[in-house]
Design a protein around this ligand. Structure first.
Ligand code: KG4
Ligand code: ZN
Length: 366
């Protein structure tokens, strides 16, 4: 079933909401986020006011594996989802009876993780007879810029750079996203995490690489930058870059990276050169997307958007090329439920789901 399908149940629910709130009372929406390894809940109003936001990170659980273990993530979501919802309601000074709708990210993400949030949202909707709104997690990452800007950001080009995705969208409106291009293999964040593991740096790799890179020379290694000379493609590829890093620090054959004991100067130089290669690819394709679409605003979200050097490079490009740049604030770059306020736009457009809506782990290209 198409995710945005409006069901008769949904349409009725929205009408009921409108009647209930005709005297300018604010609608309150509980938003849930469990697509990967953060369990998050927020309460937002239909005026995009954030009444509360809670994020329970699982970083400590996945650290020793240097990456997210899907089964551990799903089980941790099960343990955390109810306390996180309780805490979000408590901080907003509300109870379940005060809610007008429940929203949840149901695509893309890890199957087990998505299901926990979706089942929790469905259970609440069933118990309290509330409308359910499903959210595309990638669209929500762009909407983080809307929440921070406090004003309309559309139309814009959206660049989402996270642990699982690196994608460019033409965002014509808050419910109209058109996929322009993206990674054909690994995501930028995934590359940060894996390169960090090879360099003996902790998980999550992004912040660790960024710190190590401060002492390094970004031109020490000539790492590949896929597709940057091909203006016909708005795509990324980071798997070859990972392989190039691997051969820069170790010989061929099976390697135990833990025992490499790399010189800190090598670690810093590899980190800086790798980071620069990723930044060049992201910035060049984002500017190309603006040129190709004729749009003049670039919105950037996702965990990798927290990278200081990437933010600086995009700011420099914005001044040099002349486009408006909105990057999600650090607190809204990594996964959170505030960005789930995009549900307000879907509610306003009557895009409500039935309770048999599914989770879609794969990237839905719209
Ligand atoms: O958006 P997010 O929290 O989760 C997904 O939807 O995947 O992104 C997590 C990713 C991780 O790969 C992490 O290493 C990366 O964002 N990240 C960063 C930085 N902070 C987090 N990458 C580069 N530089 C950073 N400062
Ligand atoms: Zn994310």
């Amino acid at each position: 079933m198409p995710i945005d399908m409006v069901t008769s149940r949904g349409a009725v629910a929205v009408n009921v909401l409108r009647t209930k709130h005709s005297e300018k009372q604010r609608m309150k929406i509980l938003t849930l986020e469990t697509t990967c390894d953060e369990t998050a809940a927020a309460v937002v109003t239909d005026e995009l006011e954030v009444l509360s936001s809670v994020v329970a990170s699982q970083d400590a659980l996945h650290q020793r594996f240097r990456g997210v273990v899907p089964e551990i993530a799903a089980r941790a979501h099960v343990e955390r989802i109810l306390p996180v919802i309780d805490e979000a309601l408590r901080r907003a000074n509300l109870t379940l009876d005060d809610l007008d709708a429940v929203a949840v990210a149901n695509t893309p993400g890890l199957a087990g993780s998505l299901l926990v949030g979706l089942c929790a949202a469905k259970a609440l909707c069933l118990a309290k007879d509330l409308p359910l709104v499903t959210i595309n997690h990638l669209h929500a990452h762009i909407y983080a810029c809307r929440m921070a800007a406090g004003e309309d950001i559309f139309p814009c080009v959206g660049l989402i750079v996270s642990g699982g995705h690196s994608s460019l969208y033409r965002c014509s409106g808050p419910t109209e996203f058109h996929y322009l291009g993206g990674t054909i293999d690994d995501a930028a964040g995934e590359a940060f995490d894996k390169v960090a593991a090879m360099l003996g740096l902790p998980y999550p790799g992004g912040p660790a690489i960024s710190r190590a890179a401060e002492q390094g020379d970004p031109s020490a290694y000539a790492f590949p930058r896929s597709f940057i000379h091909d203006p016909s493609r708005l795509d990324f590829s980071f798997s070859g870059l990972k392989t190039a890093v691997r051969y820069a620090i170790a010989g061929p054959g099976k390697q135990d990276f833990e025992s490499l004991n790399l010189d800190p100067v090598v670690v810093a130089n590899v980190a800086a050169s790798f980071q620069q290669a990723v930044i060049d690819c992201l910035a060049i394709k984002a500017v190309l997307a603006l040129e190709r679409t004729g749009l003049t605003t670039l919105c950037v979200g996702g965990g990798v958007a927290a990278n200081r050097q990437l933010r600086k490079r995009l700011e420099d490009d914005a001044s040099a090329v002349g486009f408006k740049l909105l990057i999600a604030p650090l607190s809204l770059c990594t996964d959170n439920a505030v960005m789930g306020a995009i549900a307000v736009e879907k509610l306003n457009a009557g895009l409500v789901d039935s309770l048999d809506v599914d989770a879609y782990p794969g990237l839905v290209r719209h």
